[in-house]
Write a protein that binds this ligand. Structure first.
Ligand code: ADP
Length: 497
């Protein structure tokens, strides 16, 4: 199976591009917002300053300490036509040229510095006049204010930027003249240029670091995923031993890798079990088949034609081997049904454990005639499940106890309740099981002592069937054994009531 390569590259690419994209957008919004706000503040502060100069120049008393400022203003405005230059000089400074013009644009007076500053812009003057008229039309009450709403703009004189403010001078609704004040826009331009420089520099730096960080991050995410994909490819091509092994980590990729490894582990185990099972099953079937084929060949060759006894023995051998095979096939069928889980639901009914054990004991009396059999079976214990399957469990355990305990030995069947569970025990004082075999005795086809077990006719499926049935009933099996002293198999089933 091929994994799409382009996708892997695009994950890295997409991560990097979206990260940097978001960064650039944020920087653009924040940077331009800041730049715009600072610029707006500087313009407003400039206008305020010019207006302030105009107000101060108009109201500042000449010499009389304690003179009435309003009267001073009145006097100044009275002489505005004649004294405009004096007033312009009072308001203006070397750096702030002031010019007083009439409504139609005739210059009434100007401060000395006015020749450095911007000339009168008639279009702006008309604009100021229109603004004044709108305001004058709206106003019904006139206070003592003499400066109306201004118009400001920027002008360039010999390559230098100036901020210009045109203010109407009025007395009540009567427009007297216009004041034009200008100031160089040098520091402000410098400040804005510095701000621009830092914003652009910081932006470039942030984008460079962002690019680096995003690609490192994207690589950090993509690399383990690529490793995971490569491992998946190896597994798909048959290498079930391949593992991602990304190591412990609490991120999502690590947990995906961990889950993946766990899954492959399970798949590998089940593949191996399946392979082992097929090999074991064929081996188990091959032995009786070989015996049958050999015996049948002897009969076919006519070797026993004139010896009825020999013939009867051969037929008996064939019959025995066929019985073994059909028992094995029956066991395999039972095991596969028991292991099917939910696919083949069991017939769940309340089971009187006393009756179940009593039936098994009756079987034991016949099957274990050569042994001493003891029974401890109190009444009143109940479980739920399929009675025929559970009696198969007890019969398998009793069969084993009799098989692996020498004649004359004792076998005990006990039932009891413990912590809400039903415990069924089959104990013997036979040869016991070696501790190295103990963990595997419930595996399919496992025989602790192969030669002896085969001699006694065991297929190695008895305990696997026991475990499968008990687990399907929601219970578990356990074994305790010591070599030379005997074994005890315990079945734990959920109790009822
Ligand atoms: P088998 O058909 O060989 O008896 P089982 O699955 O029933 O297969 O048992 C697996 C192996 O466990 C047996 O081969 C035997 O070696 C060991 N075993 C089972 N029960 C006993 C027991 N009561 N005492 C000693 N060994 C036992």
């Amino acid at each position: 199976m091929q994994f799409p390569m382009a996708r892997r590259r695009s994950l890295r690419f997409h991560l990097g591009v979206s990260f940097v994209g978001v960064l650039v957008l944020t920087l653009l919004v924040v940077g331009s917002g800041l730049y715009f706000m600072v610029g707006r503040y500087l313009v407003r502060a400039g206008v305020q300053r010019l207006r302030y100069l105009a107000v101060v120049g108009l109201h500042r008393p000449d010499n009389d300490v304690g003179a009435d400022p309003d009267a001073e203003v009145d006097a100044r405005l009275e002489d505005l036509d004649r004294d405009a230059s004096v007033l312009a000089a009072r308001i203006g400074t070397r750096l702030v040229p002031v010019c007083i013009v009439s409504e139609d644009g005739t210059v009434l007076g100007a401060s000395r510095s006015v020749r450095h500053g911007p000339a009168l812009d008639m279009r702006r003057l008309r604009q100021a006049r229109a603004a004044w008229r709108i305001q004058a039309a709206r106003k019904s009450r006139w206070g003592r204010r003499v400066l109306g709403p201004g118009v400001f703009y920027f002008d360039i004189v010999r390559g230098r930027r100036w901020q210009v403010l045109i203010l109407p001078v009025h007395r009540g609704p009567q427009l007297l003249a216009f004041l034009q004040l200008s100031q160089r826009w040098r520091e402000q331009d410098e400040l804005l240029a510095t701000l621009r420089f830092y914003l652009i520099g910081a932006g470039i730096l942030a984008i460079a670091f962002g690019l680096l960080a995003s690609f490192t991050l994207a690589r950090g995410i993509a690399a383990p995923l690529e490793h995971l994909a490569a491992t998946a490819r190896r597994v798909a091509s048959g290498d079930l031993g391949a593992r991602a092994r990304l190591g412990p980590g609490d991120d999502e990729v690590s947990s995906v890798a961990e889950a993946f490894d766990h899954m492959v582990e399970r798949v590998q185990a089940s593949f191996q079990a399946q392979r082992r099972f097929v090999a074991d099953a064929s081996h188990e079937l091959k032995t009786p088949l070989t015996a049958i084929a050999g015996t049948a060949e002897v009969l076919a060759l006519g070797a026993a034609d004139d010896a009825p006894e020999k013939r009867a023995r051969a037929l008996a051998t064939i019959g025995r081997e066929v019985d073994k095979m059909s028992a094995l096939v029956g066991d395999l069928l039972l095991l596969s049904r028991a292991e099917q889980g939910d696919e083949a639901p069991i017939d769940v009914r309340p089971i009187d454990v006393h009756a179940l054990v009593e039936e098994a004991a009756a079987y034991a009396q016949v099957a274990g005639r050569a042994h001493r059999f003891q029974l401890d079976n109190p009444p009143g214990l109940w479980t739920r499940g399929d009675a025929s399957q559970l009696s198969r469990v007890l019969r398998n355990l009793l069969d084993n106890a009799f098989k692996y305990t020498p004649a004359g030995g004792s076998v005990e069947l006990r039932s009891r309740a413990e912590d809400g569970q039903i415990v069924l025990e089959v104990a013997d004082n036979g040869g016991g099981i070696d501790p190295t075999d103990l963990p595997y005795v419930f595996d399919r086809f496992y025989r602790a002592d192969r030669s002896r077990s085969r001699r006694t006719g065991g297929s190695g499926l008895g305990l696997a069937i026991v475990r499968a049935i008990v687990e399907r009933h929601g219970g578990r099996v356990a074994v305790q054994s010591s070599v030379g002293q005997g074994s005890c198999f315990c079945v734990f089933l959920p109790g009822v009531g």
